[in-house]
Ligand binder design. Sequence first.
Ligand code: NAD
Length: 412
Amino acid sequence: MSNGFDVQQAAVVGAGTMGRGIVISLASAGIPVLWLDASAPMVTAGLKMAADTWAHQVVKGRISEAQAEQNLARIRAVDSYAELADVDLVIEAVYENLELKQEIFRTLDNALKPRAILASNTSALDVDAIAAVTRRPQQVLGLHFFSPAHIMKLLEIVRAKQTSPAVLETARQLGERLGKVAVVAGNCRGFIGNRMLKTYADEARKMLLEGALAQQVDVALQAFGFAMGPFRMYDVVGVDLEWRARQLAGQGMHSPLVQVDNALCELGRFGQKAGRGYYQYAEGSREAVHDPDVDRLIVQIAEGLGYQRRTLSDEEIVERSLLALVNEGAKILEENIAANSHDVDRVYLNGYGFPAAVGGPLSWADGQGLASIQARLQRLQGTHGAHWQSAPLIARLVAAGKGFAAVQEGRV
Ligand code: NAD
């Protein structure tokens, strides 16, 4: 294993939701941070949020007043890239837009000392395309924190094509220092977690059109043990995030799967923050309350798209949701995006509210037996179409009488 090096001074570019959590996480771990945003008031608001977070921790008895002061003193707002010249690591957390991130990485590459590591907190963009605009692609990687970044345990370390082993090791050590569960992921759209989430959420959206309602899907999955069903989750993160991204990209608006989301957003039902989304919320409350208007909207959209709605059982909802995760997880393993099934499970347990008692989607599948999983996928393919075709790895493992746990670096 390569030796990493100690990050003695870091910088964060971006002071929105993620930048704030990342800065709090770094400063709490004793790492001095320089903080830059195109909008100075965002940094001012970020500093206030950091101070409030630590003040709250003092009240709770988790840290002393002196520690809170030291944490805050580790953060310095700056207003030029030239001031970042000596940092060992910068984490970029600006809007999710490739051209914007490339422009910032070009600037960082010119401004920072040659040894510095450049990381992006992108949720799904191509890290190779970001690295390619720099003269130091071996020192570029993804550091994908989860929201809120100072609380969520998971850190996906995204290995780009040229990221050096020493840089990956430095990132692993940093993850440990921040108290995170760090998992190395290969570079593909959505990495491990968001790639699996997309398949799972798309299946939930299909079930809505076929005959389920949002609350039924959520309740069924929560009864299985998920911290939150997919539609509750969309309300928490904001139904509008993906809607805005679709608009910005000028694509994906017309897929039947997103018609309910589109309609909700057009009604201003952006989720919990708007008081209305898939559910309704009383002023200032996080309690999701069933809204019959949303049921009516779902039925109307599904029928408008030509669906003959039917009753779906809770068993079918859970089965299709889990098998969607397992099949995508198998592809991720096969493509060596994750080194082993344990890493896939750690991502899902620590970042996506998968029930800990079940042990993660791939260990659940191993428990069911892969021959059974394969037969169930084949059945789904017969009734619901080609997207259920099982990952070739599953057939290989069944033939070898093995489970996902036997796979290392893409090989059985
Ligand atoms: P945000 O909109 O809350 O904040 C983005 C910040 O970037 C704003 O403060 C804005 O002023 C700043 N900014 C924009 N252009 C800039 C520029 N040229 N130079 C400097 N600052 C600039 O966004 P966010 O939710 O914090 O997301 C940031 C990144 O993290 C995105 O890539 C996103 O995909 C990723 N991410 C978000 C989440 C989440 O749940 N919000 C989770 C994981 C990863």
